[in-house]
Ligand binder design. Sequence first.
Ligand code: EAX
Length: 328
Amino acid sequence: MKKLLALCLTLVMIMALATSATASAAGSDVITLRASHSCADTHPYHLGLQRFAELVDEKTDGKVKIDIFPSAQLGDERANIEDLQMGTLDIAVSSTGPLGNFVEDFLILDLPFLFSGYDHAHRVLDGEIGQALIAKLDDIGVVGGAFWENGFREMTNSRHPIKSAADCAGLKLRCMENQVHMDAFAALGMDPTPMAWSEVFTALQQGVIDGQENPIAVIYSQKVYEAQDYLAITNHVYSPSLILFSKPVFDKLDADIQTALMEAAQEAAAYERSCCEDGESAQIAEMEELGLQVTYPDVSEFQAAMGPVYEKYAAQFGQENIDAIVNY
Ligand code: EAX
């Protein structure tokens, strides 16, 4: 039995080494790192990774190449994080939504209406509050490169237009695997249904769920409007993303390559964020042209419904930590 266990462990290690950071044919000295994300190859995650790859190529004089795999080809966000921990995936760009399942402190970022706008979110995440969270990733076998962006999340559905918070009641809404989001949507009388992103479009088409919520760049690039009739601009949660490295892989790289990866991750952040923000208005207008009915409900009603959520999470995170973000 012990021999069998030893053999299995050996096989796992060989697979991890073989499937992760790949030094190509002997003598070429080129290291190829595989990068995964769950969105379309026109989404800012992909554009940001392309910019990241260019910067890494420049900073390493061509010694490190980045192979990008979009559309959850290498797994959804939660699975990607697990693979980074094991060293079977080198790099992933993920929203912070699933991260709360690995580092509970990240859940504070998911509180509805916590951030007043993009500038506020960037100040917090790029300042000591965000950087302290990134440092905690080391404990779970992941190296945080930099906060990138997913964006402010909006609601789509196919039952009826959302013109007020009351219109949310009864809607079966797909959400990320994130307890704060589930509590927030339940507070609006919705039926929050956690589901991996790659399964959502089919579930919408089949009517298994009534709607979903995501930033405009995701709704647009994934053509969610082809499976939905209504879009409500609620900005109910600001969703950060992160470019993440596998710690088992990262720690094996030379110091100069580690520095190049971290610098490229940080330098690509501004570009990736602009790709999320700059296109929003035009993308909303184009989707409206394509038949999506867009509403702009009074979000103060949504905020008022979040009282119990803030009460619950003030006890968990500490009111002083919530205030520190709100007032940053
Ligand atoms: O990270 O799962 C989600 O709704 C995420 O926002 C999406 O995959 C982009």
